[in-house]
Design a protein. Structure first.
Length: 73
């Protein structure tokens, strides 16, 4: 049995980068929601922060859905 180390390294790299990107998107969504709540308490308008947070969460959902699609098909 021969292990293709290049392919294994490639899978590791793609998995690591996808994980970091997904965590970063989710973190940006949480930061956007916290900025929205902080601005709401001060009386400011923070619809851009809320919209950005929802966009980040939507991209996370799309990435998870795509991953499930790749596993199932």
């Amino acid at each position: 049995m021969k292990i293709d180390w290049a392919a294994l390294g490639s899978v590791f790299g793609v998995s690591l980068s996808a994980t970091v990107a997904l965590v970063a998107l989710f973190t940006l969504g949480l930061v956007g929601l916290s900025k929205h709540e902080a601005a709401t308490e001060r009386g400011g308008a923070a619809t851009l922060a809320r919209s950005g947070a929802y966009a980040c969460f939507a991209l996370c959902a799309v990435a998870v859905g795509y991953g499930i699609y790749l596993i199932v098909s």
